[in-house]
Design a protein around this ligand. Structure first.
Ligand code: SAH
Ligand code: SF4
Ligand code: F3S
Length: 513
């Protein structure tokens, strides 16, 4: 342990707890401790245990009676889904949900650490919450999610944000009842962050947002260690859920009437790599899931490296497997990809795209790109622009590189000025917009299938939903079609969305066909 870590561990509340379950005793030494990125980097050989008997201790059941909770969520779908689990736990504890910070008795910030601006937003928000604490002494404020896994963040909160009552990480959200209980009893800030990932806990309660689309975790963690990325440190090693548990969850969601499932993982193509006794990968899982009676199944996020032939073969069977693949490329320069440790080249990425298009000619490809990685040259950036055009991506999330403390890239010297990075982002975004508008223009006059999500954000008279290829469609129709699959005739294509005329609800026979 270095000096900084020693100081950090002295600052935290080191009280032991009598409320932790027996099952988790092997983690006792790391309970009530600050995180360590160095420990988080380790990848142990121990087999993942699956716990299927999650239960909230009876003594906590009434904890939330007469109290309300609010969770603010930042970051990716993984965090959105963790929020659904925490909301499920709150409800079982007797809390009621609220959207109003003034009414809330517990406020949780489920945070994201991916870029600096994501973190700054959270610190800003924590500042705004301070006066509430004075008005309402019963209020508990908690920070959870990926930022909590970073030692620098925990230290900063301990030092300057005394309005925070509890900090816990991504590996122990199932311990929310114990953590809340401790926070009510303790005068000090409660810190419970595990630097080592936990096992897989099944049967956690969930309160899902909406009744149309649902997220289903298929794996946790990431072992790719791209040199710029904090996720392998904040989410731990790759652990796959068992196929039977995933299939059962999707079946149950189908039975409840959900129409679309998004399978979640940081790198879903690594699904099953960690199974010791079975040879079962994402292609095998998709091949079983496609037989379930649910209209749409998608997955995110794909890593080009592990995208195998069997998966491509299965996706080509279509049916409820949608013809949209989000395939982050990050850069079009093989040199950049090498320093990013992406473990593929421009050429092998293009080869993969060709293979996918051969069996799925109408597939929509979207991507993620980072510009201004340390020492990126103008030529290397232009390779990204040319790759974008060569693939013809239909949409992209684009970012200026943000150094993350503890990652190898953060130690690299960088000769690219911020203005140059910002200029590259603008130039890239111009191409992204053009290609997005181009892809949408092709829909003019066509009839598309739309899963109706609800009223449009801009105009409650208009409904909004998405096509199989994830294109946003706005149209006017009776509110009863919310949650249904409908046919819409496209009448106008904008840069980011389509407009159309409602035709009819798609019949269940057609959905199966
Ligand atoms: N697991 C996914 C990505 C998760 S993070 C994958 O590998 O594709 C989502 C996106 O954020 C990444 O694809 C990358 O484009 C971007 N990103 C990650 N770390 C970043 C950093 N340090 N600076 C800027 N963008 C970053
Ligand atoms: Fe980060 Fe790379 Fe893992 Fe994606 S694959 S989460 S970019 S380390
Ligand atoms: Fe952010 Fe953590 Fe997701 S860092 S992108 S919330 S895995």
């Amino acid at each position: 342990m270095n000096e900084e870590q020693r100081l950090a561990s002295q600052q935290v509340n080191t009280k032991s707890t009598s409320t932790a379950e027996k099952d988790y005793s092997k983690y006792f030494q790391s309970v009530y401790a600050a995180p360590s990125l160095k420990d988080a980097k380790r990848r142990g050989k121990e087999e993942v245990q699956y716990h299927k008997d999650f239960k909230i201790d009876e003594k906590f059941r009434g904890m939330g009676t007469g109290r309300k909770f609010l969770i603010r969520t930042y970051g990716c779908q993984m965090n959105e889904h963790d929020t659904e689990v925490m909301a499920g736990i709150f409800i079982q504890l007797g809390y009621e949900p609220t959207e109003d910070v003034k009414e809330a008795n517990v406020i949780l910030m489920n945070t994201c650490a991916i870029r600096e601006n994501a973190e700054n937003r959270v610190f800003g928000e924590l500042g705004h919450l301070k006066p509430l604490k004075r008005e309402n002494p019963d209020l508990l404020i908690g920070v959870c999610g990926c930022m909590s896994q970073e030692e620098a963040v925990v230290k900063k909160i301990l030092k300057t944000y005394d309005q925070v009552d509890m900090i816990f990480g991504t590996h122990n959200i199932h311990r929310l009842p114990e953590i809340l209980n401790e926070a009510y009893l303790s005068k000090e800030m409660v810190v419970e962050v595990w630097s080592k990932e936990g096992d897989i806990i099944e049967n956690l309660p969930k309160v899902r947002k909406g009744h149309t689309k649902a997220w289903v975790n298929i794996m946790y963690g990431c072992d790719k260690f791209c040199t710029y990325c904090i996720v392998p440190y904040t989410r731990g090693k790759e652990r796959s859920r068992l196929p039977e548990d995933i299939i059962q969850e999707v079946r149950s969601l189908a039975a409840q009437g959900y129409k679309e499932i998004t399978l979640l993982g940081q790198n879903v193509n690594a699904y099953g790599k960690d199974f010791e006794n079975r040879n079962y990968r994402l292609g095998d899982l998709m091949d079983e899931l496609r037989l379930i009676d649910i209209p749409r199944i998608r997955f995110t996020t794909s890593h080009p490296r592990d995208f195998d032939d069997h998966l491509i073969e299965v996706l080509a069977k279509k049916g409820n497997l949608v013809e949209h693949i989000h395939l982050p490329v990050q850069s079009g320069s093989s040199d950049m990809l090498k320093i990013m440790a992406r473990k593929y080249t421009r050429e092998s990425y293009l080869e993969l795209v060709k293979k996918i298009r051969k069996v799925m000619p109408d597939v929509a490809l979207t991507t993620d790109i980072i510009v201004g990685f340390p020492n990126e040259t103008e030529e290397q950036f232009e390779e990204t622009l040319s790759l974008y055009k060569e693939v013809g991506f239909e949409m992209a999330y684009t970012y200026v590189y943000s150094p993350r403390e503890g990652t190898p890239a953060a130690k690299m010297k960088d000769n690219v000025p911020l203005e140059v990075k910002k200029d590259r982002l603008q130039r890239l975004n111009k191409v992204v917009n053009e290609y997005c508008a181009e892809a949408l223009k092709k829909y003019d006059g066509q009839i598309v299938e739309v899963l109706v999500e609800g009223e449009s954000k801009k105009n409650p008279e208009v409904l909004a939903g998405y096509t199989r290829k994830n294109k946003l469609v706005n149209f006017v129709a009776p509110k009863e079609v919310i949650g249904e699959l409908v046919k819409v005739k496209i009448t106008d294509a904008k840069t980011w969305s389509l407009q159309g005329e409602f035709i009819e609800v798609v019949s269940s026979q057609e959905v199966k066909a």
